[in-house]
Design a protein around this ligand. Structure first.
Ligand code: PEP
Ligand code: MG
Length: 756
């Protein structure tokens, strides 16, 4: 008899039992008889979770008196270990296993071999099915598979007969693995608590046994076709935030999607009488087990890919297609994903979404830029999270410390709560500074503006009392859109933003796309193939050559600003002529609007970003053309140090408070002295207190920073005496042999200035 035929025979017998009118206990008793028989095993037992213990519910071969008497804690003995690790055990000699535990009431001392599989319900082990044999022998693969299939049937029975309640399953999960800590890279700092929700929920298998095998086969074929179509489509399209890593994943997806072996195994499982869903899961279980035996990190990674794909196939076949966003968030949530697109993140309810943990991600990934704008902390590069976090687990996300605590103890949660409320109190104290103008102790008014990029960010303007928007990243609209935003959509956004800003100025930066901020619809192979995207065909370089793009944006900005001043700034200007060319595009549109007697802005103020070091050498030529100059320290420092800002390995290597950056920036401030140009900083650096202190000390009087930093920086400004800090910085720059970070921390502490 073939393996499939014998499996089908078992399933048919189980089917009869399940369909009978017997009560649940009777069914369990019949199941152990069937399995014991079919596997010619002397013993077959079922343990189920009751009151957080695994209780013997049914047995063939052990003492019947032990039923409902023998109980085991999770992690205790072989059965407890299977539930604890949600893992299959197959042992020729049970006693040789370190976790073996002898229970005299069962009379199991005479049995040598042992195999057990977890009974899984909603991803938790809620019981164990095991067989034992007098002869020492390892069970065959087909036998283990029969056990696993039976466990699936049992989980369906358990759900229907309500033999295990969900609360209890959750309780078990706590006992399952206890508290675990996950480390990663802090992509957006902050604290958050909530329950884990996977972006792509696992499919719940409703029916295990097939009514019509051919119909199930047809369903799987259709699902395979659809999945292959999807993967081909994904691969043919540059996705948001692609990097080499992403492409590699897609290649692997493709390989698996077309893997004959995989579809054949699923087909065989269907032959044995399973539904399409159960067959996919069955094969996945087998692969998981095989992979566990191979200790290879690279293979484990590929295993995640196959797991992803298998879930995709399950979603297609079962029609459970939505992401967690489409199902709606019901509680405070920490969202878990391998990676996300910016648009996907924006689909979530902002009131419930408290934090994000990603397996991948980097500091400049678009999803991270968007999360920062939403004020949602993000922990990235959390390798192996799927082995640690389960749906519904409580999580304390501490992105400040680049870690997350999964299933915390009550004490941990309490301590975290105390820290959390302290940080909220601080935030509330900053909110009180909203209407306080940031004058230094010596009476100089510092401009504290905020960075924005989404319409929703504008509410922060009133909340923080920032002086305006010093950097509006217009490319966000391009990044979250599946197609190139048309003129009407752009105009509407800019108009809404200006309306929300009231009398406060908004500096619109023209699109900074290309390079690593690739948008698929611009399909510029040139940009996507750049070897050094940050130094490639991006930002103004791209916009000037794609004249239409800048023209449309210019028209939108001019129309939206009709009747009020327009502030516009160009990114990545490397030579003054690029500024002239960009300005000419705006002036041309303006002239056209004049001829059409259209309403135009009251005034237009043009500015440039200083991000490319070469520009600093020609400020005498450039500045007379400008109303303002804004230093983009994120890009500038990556070019000064020749260190990719997106590379996590370099993230902490160079310090903003280094002599080279400080000297460079002071030369910039000095060369604009006496010029009629407003000078500011709009990179992340300005939002950090020590760095802001240093910037004030070398002559900057305008900072545009992330909204969350506006309160802390205002507070700092009010405690600073500019003469003092300028002197300190001058002294240090003359002899920068000491560490400026330490120096400034001491200097600030002496003056009761908080610097984190
Ligand atoms: C910068 O480079 O400092 C900047 C503000 O621009 P972005 O971070 O959007 O590149
Ligand atoms: Mg930049």
């Amino acid at each position: 008899m073939t393996a499939a035929a014998s499996a089908r025979q078992i399933l048919t017998r189980l089917h009869e039992v399940m369909a009978s009118r017997m009560h649940a206990q009777g069914k369990l008793d019949s199941v152990v008889d069937i399995i014991g028989d079919s596997l010619s095993s002397e013993v077959c037992s079922i343990y189920l979770l009751r009151e957080s213990m695994l209780e013997l519910f049914a047995t063939k071969g052990l003492n019947k008196e032990a039923v409902h008497v023998t109980r085991m804690a999770i992690g205790e003995g072989l059965t407890g270990t299977i539930a604890d690790k949600v893992e299959t055990l197959n042992l020729a000699e049970a006693k040789a296993h370190p976790d073996f535990l002898y229970r005299p009431e069962t009379g199991e001392e005479k049995f040598h071999s042992f195999a057990g599989v977890p009974i899984v319900y909603r991803e938790r082990a809620v019981g164990v099915l095991c067989v034992q044999h007098v002869e020492p022998r390892r069970y065959e693969d087909v036998e283990i598979e029969a056990l696993q299939t039976t466990a699936m049937v049992l989980s369906e029975l358990i759900a229907n007969a309500e033999l295990v309640d969900e609360e209890e399953a959750r309780g078990l999960a706590e006992g399952l693995t206890g508290t675990q800590t996950l480390n990663g890279l802090a992509l957006v700092k902050g604290l958050a608590t909530g329950l884990a929700v996977y972006h792509q929920p696992r499919v719940q298998i409703e029916q295990v046994m097939a009514d019509d095998i051919e119909a199930e086969r047809a369903r799987v074929y259709r699902a395979f076709d659809k999945m292959r179509e999807q993967i081909d489509h994904l691969a043919s399209q540059a996705e948001f935030g692609v990097g080499g890593e992403h492409e590699e994943v897609l290649e692997t997806y493709k390989m698996f999607a077309y893997d004959e072996g995989w579809s054949r195994r699923i087909n065989e499982a269907i032959d044995s009488g399973l539904t399409a869903e159960a067959a996919i899961e069955r094969v996945q279980q087998r692969t998981r087990m095989r992979m566990r035996e191979i200790d290879d990190a690279l293979l484990a990674d590929r295993m995640h890919d196959l797991e992803d794909l298998s879930n995709r196939l399950l979603r297609i076949v079962s029609g459970q297609l939505g992401t967690a966003a489409s199902q709606g968030l019901r509680r405070d949530t920490i969202l878990i994903a391998r990676n996300l697109g910016p648009a996907e993140l924006l689909e979530y309810d902002r009131r419930r979404l408290k934090g994000v943990i990603l397996e991948e991600g980097s500091l400049t990934a678009h999803v991270v830029i968007v999360a920062r704008a939403m004020g949602v902390p993000v922990l990235g590069r959390a390798a192996g999270l799927r082995g640690i976090i389960r749906e519904g687990d409580e999580i304390l996300l501490d992105a400040d410390q680049a870690s997350a605590t999964v299933r915390p103890s009550a004490q941990m949660a309490e301590a975290f709560g105390a820290r959390f409320s302290k940080s909220r109190e601080k935030q509330a104290a900053y909110a009180e500074l909203r209407d306080v103008e940031p004058f230094t102790r010596c009476g100089t008014r510092i401009e504290v503006m905020m960075n924005a990029g989404l319409r929703d960010d504008m509410s922060s303007l009133a909340m923080t009392g920032a002086d305006g928007v010093g950097l509006f990243r217009t490319e966000f609209q391009f990044l979250v859109s599946a197609t190139l935003p048309q003129r009407e959509r752009q105009t509407k956004l800019y108009r809404d933003v200006l309306e929300a800003a009231g009398d406060k100025p908004v500096i619109f930066r023209t699109v900074d796309i290309g390079g690593d901020k690739a948008v698929p619809y611009l399909a510029s192979n040139q940009a996507n193939d750049d070897e050094n995207p940050a130094m490639g065909w991006r930002a103004l370089r791209l916009a000037l050559e794609r004249g239409g793009l800048l023209k449309v944006q210019a028209r939108s900005l001019l129309e939206a600003s009709a009747g009020r001043p327009l502030y516009v700034m160009f990114p990545m200007v490397s030579e003054p002529w690029e500024f002239d060319a960009a300005k000419a595009v705006f002036e041309e549109q303006l002239a056209f609007m004049r001829t059409k007697k259209k309403l135009i802005p009251d005034a237009i103020y043009y500015g440039a970003m200083l991000e490319v070091p070469a520009l600093a050498e020609v400020l005498d030529i450039l500045c007379p053309k400008l109303s303002f100059l804004s230093v983009g320290t994120n890009d500038l420092t990556q070019f000064l140090f020749a260190a990719d800002r997106a590379n996590p390995l370099l993230a902490e290597r160079y310090d903003w408070l280094s002599p080279s950056i400080m000297r460079f920036l002071r030369r910039v401030t000095q060369s604009t002295v006496g010029m009629d140009v407003a000078l500011g900083v709009c990179g992340e650096m300005g939002g950090r207190r020590l760095e802001a202190l240093a910037l004030l000390g070398i002559g900057f009087r305008r900072l545009s920073i992330t909204p969350a930093a506006v309160g802390p920086i205002k507070e700092l400004v009010r405690k600073v005496d500019l003469k003092e800090i300028t002197q300190r910085m001058n002294d240090w720059l003359a002899d920068p042999s000491v560490n400026l970070r330490d120096e400034l921390s001491r200097w600030a502490a002496d003056r009761d200035i908080e610097t984190d």
